[in-house]
Design a protein around this ligand. Structure first.
Ligand SMILES: [Zn+2]
Length: 290
């Protein structure tokens, strides 16, 4: 299987059960090996990020994705929709055209962020709250059991600073998948051909220390983890700008970024070791390499 995948490889077959992640034994040859502590896949620390739309990976998590890649962590992004309902259409005449355009933009953004595996699933943009929760969580649980990340990043249930309902639903789906992937009594039909339950050590929600005055009020999760992204801010902006169809959003985004400074904030939402909770400056603090 190709190392870098920026589409849902199962979209053509319509199958939800075909594995999308290479087995852990596969050796890497992609950008993750450029990190200062490059190792074989099965020995690498792994981080998965679950988002709703192409551009969320850059806008919400881009600094941390690239920073941890450069530290030798293998990263993966699963984006639930191809963003076909966006207000900004980039010249696309149909939803299908826009979806195809945004998949390409996602791929370009993932290249900039050096995401090891970037996958766009085919759920309907703007409609995640209408989906069968049990089926979506099934798919994400399978992704977690296959990829076996040490930590998982997603939005919090308020939907991030924009309060977008798709972001809220991504949070709900990802949170349940986080908890259920580790239990042998959830989706036991997946537990065959060597696939076993997998407990992700920590779950983080992206958060912020400001709200937007022109949006409905939201209540944010308090930051427990402050990541100093430093020079990676410029790479994050560059990755967001890869989403050219969304160019009218660039000034808004860069206004957000100016408020955040060179930091990305996270809320530690769940952990296998709750006894050690302290204010953190590293997503992988306390994570065991196994
Ligand atoms: Zn979004």
């Amino acid at each position: 299987m190709a190392r870098n995948t920026y589409d849902d490889p199962r979209a053509e077959s319509g199958s939800l059960s075909r594995p999308i992640f290479a087995s852990q034994g596969d050796q890497l040859s992609g950008p993750a090996q450029l990190g200062s502590t490059a190792r074989y896949n099965r020995l690498m620390l792994r981080m998965m990020c679950i988002t709703a739309h192409p551009d969320d990976e850059a806008g919400g998590f881009g600094g941390s994705l690239r920073l941890y890649c450069d530290r030798g962590v293998e990263t993966s992004v699963i984006c639930l929709t191809p963003g076909q309902a966006a207000s900004h259409r980039g010249g696309a005449k149909t939803d299908q055209e826009l979806a195809a355009l945004r998949r390409k933009e996602f791929a370009a953004s993932c290249e900039i962020l050096q995401v090891g595996r970037g996958i766009v699933l085919d759920y309907p943009d703007g409609q995640l709250h209408r989906l069968d929760l049990y089926k979506v969580v099934y798919e994400l649980t399978l992704c977690i059991r296959e990829y076996r990340p040490h930590i998982l990043l997603t939005f919090a249930s308020e939907g991030g600073v924009t309060g977008h309902m798709d972001h809220s639903m991504a949070s709900v789906f990802a949170t349940l998948a986080y908890h259920w992937a580790g239990r042998n009594n959830r989706y036991p039909d997946q537990l065959k051909d060597g696939l076993t339950p997998h407990r992700v050590q920590k779950l983080y929600y992206g958060t912020a220390n400001f709200t937007l005055p022109d949006r409905p009020a939201i209540s944010l999760s308090p930051a427990t983890t402050i990541i100093e992204i430093g020079e990676y801010l410029d790479i994050k902006i560059q990755a967001f700008r890869a989403h050219a169809s969304q160019a009218p959003l660039f000034p808004l985004f860069e206004g957000h970024v100016a408020r955040r400074g060179r930091q990305e904030l996270f809320h530690l939402a769940a952990t296998m070791d709750p006894s050690t909770m302290t204010q953190e400056t590293d997503l992988f603090v306390g994570v065991k390499e196994k």
